[in-house]
Design a protein around this ligand. Structure first.
Ligand code: NAD
Ligand code: GLY
Length: 363
């Protein structure tokens, strides 16, 4: 393995089988043709991408698959609005028509949308096939490709149909970020800074010091940052794969963020943009409770502003809108909204015990 491609390993605690998978991270991991064939052996492949990412990177992946195996190619339309049962059907039908067997491997090449749908198709295909994630957005590289949550949307809400299904490997090529828009890159950085806040004070400070390198998309800095995010996520998922406890801290900023996405209509703000504001609100509540220094809030706001991420709710959203939208969140338990707050820098706690007045004061 070249120095440019550090390897983070996710090991899940033994349940019925002992599962673990590698995450390869670095510039050129897709061009190092050996990684993908090593994960695949001689198995058939169902390669899923979308009409934006396909023309950019599909050829690179096809090249490393060689011409000895059966390859089913699926090109989905781009966008969250296609994270549907219909796209799921398109993938499964293509694999069935090609007579792929359960031993085949699904490959998701794209952002979180392609990753989530493909993972779910793999989970259901012939009662469960393996899959590999090749995430191409920063958000997918630091979050959605690791941890095994797969899903499609239902007209009644986001990610309402899905499964926990871990990939057999994740290949992150930081080179793919060169074609990502500024806005999508910034949205990914919101999830990046989240890891510092909830799990690693040193990493948070390093991020604040690295804004110039991140703005330049310096490859070494980005690889290092993605590796740390994946380590933190892997560590949390290893402790709690099915979100019965500690995994919920990954939802820091998401209760308020989802409320914004829901109220404005999904797609108006990017997920990371809504989470950015959600983190500011949750940090402000944590400051008011004396659980974190105000300097952390100031540092967070400065970091988000540097990347033109929003730090305040949309002007049309008031307390009532937030409360109504948060009640509709799928993470509400027994009618109680659960909030993730900071408990010291690099620590987080989950509580349902947050007063409306505290929220009102923090919007
Ligand atoms: P996305 O998949 O829609 O990608 C964003 C845009 O960037 C798309 O237009 C895509 O085609 C384009 N794109 C992707 N890679 C590119 C590249 N390298 N160059 C140029 N353009 C590129 O959005 P996303 O932010 O990656 O993911 C959001 C989705 O992820 C949501 O559906 C969300 O629910 C899901 N998600 C899942 C998890 C999980 O744990 N499974 C976690 C977070 C988010
Ligand atoms: N994105 C939150 C999680 O994977 O749990």
């Amino acid at each position: 393995m070249s120095q440019n491609a550090p390897r983070v390993e996710v090991r899940l605690p033994a349940t019925s089988t002992d599962r673990q998978y590698p995450i390869y991270i670095g510039r050129g991991t897709l061009e190092q043709g050996a990684i993908l064939p090593k994960l695949l052996g001689d198995r058939g492949v169902c390669l899923v991408t979308n009409e934006t990412v396909g023309p950019l990177y599909e050829a690179l992946v096809l090249e490393s698959l060689g011409d000895q195996r059966k390859v089913t190619r699926v090109l989905l339309p781009d966008g969250e609005s296609h994270k549907t049962l219909e796209s799921f059907g398109t993938i499964v039908t293509a694999a069935l028509e090609d007579q792929q067997e359960r031993s085949c491997v699904f490959i998701a090449l794209g952002g979180g949308v392609v990753g989530d749908i493909t993972g779910f198709a793999a989970a259901a295909f012939l009662r469960g096939a393996d899959f590999i994630q090749i995430p191409t957005t920063l958000l997918a590289q630091v979050d959605s490709s690791v941890g095994g949550k797969t899903a499609i949307n239902h007209p009644m809400g986001k990610n309402l149909i899905g499964a926990f299904h871990q990939p057999i490997g994740v290949i992150i090529d930081t080179m793919t970020l060169n074609t990502l828009s500024e806005r999508e890159f910034a949205a990914g950085l919101a999830e990046v800074v989240k890891y510092g806040l909830i799990a690693d004070a040193h990493f948070f400070h390093r991020l604040l010091e690295s804004v110039d390198a991140l703005k330049r998309r310096d490859q070494a800095t980005i690889s290092e940052v993605i590796s740390r995010c994946c380590e933190i996520k892997a560590d949390i998922v290893n402790q709690d794969e099915r979100e019965g406890g500690v995994r919920a801290v990954l939802n820091f900023g998401h209760t308020f963020g989802h409320a914004i996405e829901r109220e404005l209509g999904f797609g108006q703000w990017l997920h990371g943009e809504a989470v950015a504001v959600g983190m500011v609100i949750a940090t402000r509540i944590s400051v008011a409770r004396g659980q974190i220094d105000v300097q952390v809030l100031e540092g967070l706001v400065r970091f988000l502003e540097t990347f033109d991420l929003p730090t305040a709710p949309p002007p049309e959203m008031g307390l009532d809108d937030f409360m109504r939208a948060m009640q509709g969140d799928k993470k509400v338990q027994s009618g109680k909204i659960r909030f993730v707050l900071l408990d010291g820098l690099g620590g987080a706690c989950v509580t349902a015990d947050v007063d409306e007045s505290e929220i009102a004061a923090s919007l």
